[in-house]
Write a protein that binds this ligand. Sequence first.
Ligand SMILES: [Zn+2]
Ligand SMILES: [Zn+2]
Length: 187
Amino acid sequence: MGQKCTKIYPCGSCSATCAFECVYCITSANWYHRQCQSMSDKELRQWGQLELDYVCTTCRSLNGSMFDFVSALQRLGMVNLAKLTAAVDRELLFKPRLSIPVKQHTDFPIADSNAAYIMANYVDDVYGNPITNTGDGNCLYNAISILLHGNESLATQLRYLTCIQLVKNMGAYMNHPLSMKHVLMQI
Ligand SMILES: [Zn+2]
Ligand SMILES: [Zn+2]
């Protein structure tokens, strides 16, 4: 990655020969000029130092434009703990385009009548109305997404951001009074 190509390969973007300053996408198995990947000199050097493979702009996008947070989470999930920091550094080099639009909303999902019953009968100082969210392993992120945005569409992005935040600040979180060491591994 970032090294001089020894054979002649056409660039996956412009089709001209990749002779030098090119990167190899492990997903599409294409070479690219660094300029065709909007990559600076400095970023090319950073890629050369990173022990994980490059993924091109197309392969890390949905429909060629939106950053694909689902495949990004899969990339993070594929590495072992020893490479987790490198995997997060790689994600930051991808410069994911984040979009957390917080909007005013009144269109909450349907109320959770079971939770409402339990709260009404067994909980002191009830406030608010419980609502349902999807129990698909992302319920925390689904709930935060609903609070921020009125629906669950931001859950994957929030989960991805949480992973990056936790790994980049691992020391602080591991030493936090409320932390349990295995929590990091489960996210
Ligand atoms: Zn090119
Ligand atoms: Zn690719």
